[in-house]
Ligand binder design. Structure first.
Ligand code: PEP
Ligand code: MN
Length: 275
């Protein structure tokens, strides 16, 4: 039996409560690119109805030649970009979340962000999990694309064991299988949502952007996530996806985000009420 909302953990991020009573929308660019860019997108996602602002400053990239995020340019540049994200969030009333990619910058990121993201590639990084947990900030914990649900929850215990239970779990797609070129970047494991909710009391959100790698699939997969009972979705948004430094092919515009949010809210409104 899935726990009722009243029994589930409520995670607070700034003045936002992730309590399962209404879907949470986290939105923003793949990466913070400039002060103007993050401010512009923050305004757009706020208007579209988002509750939180995302934006990577330390980007995990497969290729060393790809844009690594402004954080890779040096400590001064990292602090500056973190300040831009924080200020954009504050201006538009959106608590912020950004990734902590390595142990060297845990404290710096914690000084600026309201929520700390542990990316898929770091799910197995025990020392990072413990160090991030000790910052006493809520954590967005992403599932590794090769991890079973059991492993995901097992590594989550490194965070709880370090004394931090303010965790939101994020399903972001697992490795596709089969021969030939896959149609999606990953396979979004929608069944993980109710399974995680049966096995843990933590909120569960879905990332349809990285999960599919395709902007045309963001709306249907967000809808599927909410229909499956997800507590929210995290969506990559850019005002000019074609010009983005990273992940342009999966980003939607703020106007499209407004449509996705309306769709998700309509679906959520049809779900049986649990008390
Ligand atoms: C991200 O959310 O910015 C990201 C890189 O996602 P993941 O760690 O799931 O690949
Ligand atoms: Mn991205």
């Amino acid at each position: 039996m899935i726990a009722k909302p009243s029994q589930r953990r409520v995670v607070r991020v700034g003045d936002i409560e992730i309590d399962g009573r209404r879907p949470l929308f986290i939105a923003g660019p793949c990466a913070v690119e400039s002060q103007e860019q993050i401010r512009h997108i923050a305004a757009g996602v706020k208007l579209a109805g988002a509750h939180m602002l995302r934006g990577g400053i330390f980007k995990p990239r497969t290729s060393v030649h790809a844009f690594q995020g402004l954080g890779a340019r040096g400590e001064k540049e990292a602090a500056q970009a973190l300040g831009w994200l924080r200020d954009a969030g504050r201006e538009f009333g959106l608590p912020t979340v950004t990734e902590v990619r390595g142990e060297s910058h845990v404290e710096m990121v914690a000084d600026y962000a309201d929520m700390l993201q542990i990316g898929a590639r770091n799910m197995y990084n025990q020392e990072l999990l413990v160090k991030v947990a000790r910052q006493r900030k809520p954590i967005l914990f992403k599932r590794h694309f090769g991890a079973s649900i059991e492993e995901f929850l097992s590594f989550c215990e490194y965070i709880t064991d370090a004394g931090n239970e303010d965790i939101v779990l994020c399903e972001r797609g697992i490795l596709p299988f089969g021969r030939g070129r896959p149609q999606t970047r990953y396979t979004l494991d929608i069944a993980a949502v109710p399974v995680l909710q049966k096995l843990s009391l933590l909120p569960v959100v879905v990332d349809p952007s990285h999960g599919t790698g395709r902007r045309d699939l963001v709306a249907p997969m967000s809808a599927a996530a909410i229909a499956a009972g997800a507590n929210g979705v995290m969506i990559e948004v850019h005002h000019a996806p074609a010009d983005a430094f990273s992940d342009g092919e999966q980003m939607i515009t703020p106007a499209e985000l407004a449509e996705v949010i309306a769709l998700c809210r309509a679906i959520h409104g049809q779900l049986p009420i649990q008390s």
